[in-house]
Design a protein around this ligand. Structure first.
Ligand SMILES: [Zn+2]
Length: 327
């Protein structure tokens, strides 16, 4: 079962989280299998992004959707994961070209997405009950480091984002195969209140706290991707942090844990068709006899016959009772 484990280091401003997506991640792949399956390196990136998305949502506890998107001009145009506040998630990618062959199922970001160095990673926080006119918050980082060196892995990009956008020191280890998508996050808690304003005496403390954080990150860095994929959470935490005073919280799994769910609906597709305009929709019907839209996330097909499409553009007062209009 997919699960999320939260823990903290007693007395230290350091916390951590470990996620293992199993059934939920396999469901993402299974649904894709019915269409055009992704190549192995992209499956790995998508799995890592799914794990990272759950970690980011659980980390900031945002009441709405957290969306991670990586886009660029490579054979993979877009990779996206969306995680709701209840930890349900969905993930997909848009492929426009062919990935080069690889022996080990791995390709760096600059080969898949960021071929000409223009790629970017956007993190969007979309509030659940957005006010009219309210824009979702979005932070963007490039897919290269401070010296324009390309970042090979998603974990590096997200660490960069956390430092740049949230001013939070973060260590991320991500891994995915076709059975498991997993991630370990270690984060230094922001020092709040008076400690920030205090003078030299606290500076010593800061250095001491840095040492604690650095030690824990060093321990975390010894975790191999293979171990992250194959060992259970308790074993991983015991192996890495057996000398630390770790406080673990009740794992989140099952109905409260990470799970696959798609938020697509016929209403949403209807609204999308309305935004295309009647002329465009009519021309599709004239050409194909109907409009068929497939959801990129879950594979659900939505078919609108000529009667359905003509109803799309009738006055909204004729919407049958009980049906809802989403934005
Ligand atoms: Zn869907």
């Amino acid at each position: 079962m997919s699960e999320l484990h939260k823990f903290l280091f007693e007395g230290l401003p350091v916390r951590g989280m470990l996620v293992r997506l199993t059934d939920s991640w396999q469901e993402v792949l299974r649904r894709r299998q019915e269409g055009e399956p992704f190549d192995a390196p992209l499956r790995r990136l998508l799995g890592e992004m799914s794990a990272a998305g759950v970690l980011m949502q659980a980390n900031i506890k945002f009441n709405g959707a957290v969306v991670i998107q990586i886009s660029g001009d490579g054979p993979v145009k877009l990779v996206v994961t969306e995680v709701q506040s209840d930890l349900s998630f969905r993930s997909t990618a848009k492929v426009v070209g062919e990935l080069p062959a690889t022996d080990n199922g791995r390709l760096p970001l600059e080969v898949m997405v960021n071929v000409n160095g223009q790629g970017r990673c956007a993190i969007t926080l979309d509030p659940k009950n957005r006010m009219p006119g309210q824009q979702p918050y979005q932070g963007v980082v490039p897919l290269h480091g401070d010296h324009r060196e390309p970042l090979h892995d998603l974990s590096e990009v997200l660490e960069h984002y956390m430092l740049q956008s949230e001013q939070l020191d973060t260590k991320l280890i991500l891994a995915a195969n076709d059975e498991v998508a997993a991630g370990l996050l270690i984060q230094r808690l922001p020092v709040t209140g008076e400690a920030n304003l205090a003078g030299a005496t606290h500076h010593e403390d800061d250095i001491g706290l840095n040492e604690h954080y650095n030690r824990i990150v060093h321990l975390a860095s010894t975790l191999k991707q293979e171990e992250l994929l194959t060992l259970d959470a308790d074993t991983i935490l015991r192996r890495l942090f057996w000398e630390e005073d770790l406080r673990k919280f009740e794992p989140m799994a099952g109905p409260t844990g990470p799970r696959f769910a798609c938020t697509c609906s016929r209403e949403r597709v209807s609204n999308m068709l309305r935004s295309l305009g009647q002329e465009e929709v009519d021309s599709i019907v004239a050409e194909q006899g109907q409009v068929e839209i497939g959801c990129d996330f879950c594979g659900q097909k939505y078919v609108f016959d000529p009667i359905d499409t003509s109803e799309l553009f009738t006055d909204s007062s004729q919407t049958p009772p009980g049906s809802t209009r989403l934005q």
